[in-house]
Design a protein around this ligand. Structure first.
Ligand SMILES: [Zn+2]
Length: 427
């Protein structure tokens, strides 16, 4: 898990206002902050917002910073509307209904400077950063999974949580699971609890952004992967790690049966339950697919393909255990999703992910862990007829078994796949 590329806060010159503001945030000195922001017009860089949201977060400190940020962005918007024609406002990304500038703040400040509406010192005051390319990025990319900071931003008027950056990615499409820097990776128990907490925080933030207007199906970047693909990928990776960490922690507990392992894992992962709705949405989605072409999905990947591919690829435990726990968590008995799991096409992504892994095929999609632009549609994409036949066979057999638990079917399926893989090698 990685944090996104965030603006750096390495400001070393104590004479600069930016340094003094960072120092006041670090010392939690609200009086000094107000003096710097109000009387001295200290610039508010993106790095400063990120620093206050992620590293030094008493809420009152962040509230002061955001209050002044919103005030400046409103003033900048007013100047822009007074000075720039409607068509230029539109081309700069200023929306008619907007009452505070977010991702368009930097281009607007540059445009106003070019027209000499603002001078150099005002430009410094209004522009969110010195670096052009990254400076247009929305404030929503600066708070990570800090939900309280998100509330503060929203209440201050930053209400469009779905503004895209210059590459076409929305904040939800690039949100990352918090890193585990402080976690003890040697001790399995603390790794498991650290991962569980990080994943819960991540899914809570994803749900909040979705509930406040972030699209789950927006195609982002050249590959047109959606936020659902991104969340599915991150969840799949973390879930596999989490199951592995819990298994490690259980060692010596004397669990004898597979049912016992699955029950214990399901209990251990119950903290994920409050955020299950967003995972159910991903697991049963019907599209859109991304533009990668890979045998793992028989074409473009659905978000469910992505989630299961990552889960199976990263699994340090038998796949039937992983699938069984996944199914128990996101489709508990009696839920509407249980029926979907049993009868609809979620079966197919599960069979595809397991069959692909067992045949040891190579991904040509984003699951290849390659740099994203190297495996675009048409560059190395392929299908595998043998795998297609096996998946169709798996679907038919599962239906013929009528009601057999998925994880028990996966055991049978793997025995068949091992024969099939050997058979293929001799052909
Ligand atoms: Zn693939």
């Amino acid at each position: 898990m990685t944090e996104p590329n965030q603006p750096k806060t390495e400001v070393t010159d104590p004479d600069t206002l930016q340094y003094q503001l960072l120092d006041a945030i670090r010392r939690k000195s609200s009086a000094t902050m107000r003096e710097l922001l109000q009387d001295k017009n200290a610039p508010i860089h993106r790095a400063t917002v990120h620093f206050a949201a992620s590293e030094h977060y008493p809420e009152y400190v962040f509230q002061i910073l955001v209050k002044y940020l919103a005030k400046r962005r409103k003033a900048l918007l007013k100047l822009a509307r007074e000075s720039l024609p409607p068509e230029q406002l539109e081309s700069l990304g200023v929306l008619p209904q907007q009452n505070v500038l977010d991702s368009a703040a930097a281009p607007v400040a540059w445009a106003l400077k070019a027209l000499k509406v603002i001078d150099d010192s005002q430009f410094e005051f209004y522009n969110p950063d010195h670096v052009w390319l990254s400076s247009a990025t929305t404030v929503w990319s600066l708070v990570g999974c800090n939900l309280r900071a998100a509330h503060v931003l929203h209440e201050a008027g930053f209400q469009n949580v779905d503004e895209v950056d210059q590459m076409g990615y929305s904040p939800l499409a690039v949100l990352e699971i918090p890193s585990l820097m402080a976690t003890d990776h040697i001790n399995g128990q603390s790794l498991a609890s650290g991962l569980s907490d990080a994943l819960s925080r991540y899914l809570t933030m994803c749900s909040w952004l979705r509930d406040h207007g972030a699209s789950m199906t927006r195609g982002c970047g050249l590959a047109q992967a959606t936020p659902m693909h991104h969340i599915g990928r991150r969840f799949g990776q973390c879930f596999a790690q989490l199951v592995g960490a819990h298994c490690y922690a259980f060692q010596g507990d004397g669990i004898k049966t597979m049912d016992g392992v699955i029950n214990k894992l399901t209990d251990a992962l119950s903290p994920l339950k409050p955020n299950i709705a967003i995972l159910q949405q991903i697991a049963v989605n019907m599209g859109p697919c991304d533009l990668y072409l890979c045998a793992c999905a028989g074409g473009g990947c659905l978000a469910s393909n992505t989630m299961l591919n990552e889960m199976v690829k990263g699994a340090p435990v038998p796949m039937n255990v992983l699938i069984a726990v996944f199914q128990r968590i996101i489709a508990p008995a009696g839920s509407t999703v249980t029926k979907v799991f049993q009868e609809q096409w979620i079966l197919r992504p599960i069979l595809r992910a397991c069959t692909f892994a067992c045949l040891k095929l190579r991904h040509s999609c984003q699951s290849a862990s390659l740099e994203r632009f190297r495996v675009m549609k048409g560059e190395g994409g392929h299908t595998d007829d043998y795998m297609e036949q096996l998946v169709a066979l798996g679907e038919r057999l599962y239906r013929e078994k009528g009601g057999l638990a998925m994880w028990k079917f996966i055991i049978l399926w793997f025995e068949m796949l091992e024969h099939a893989a050997r058979d293929r090698n001799y052909r």
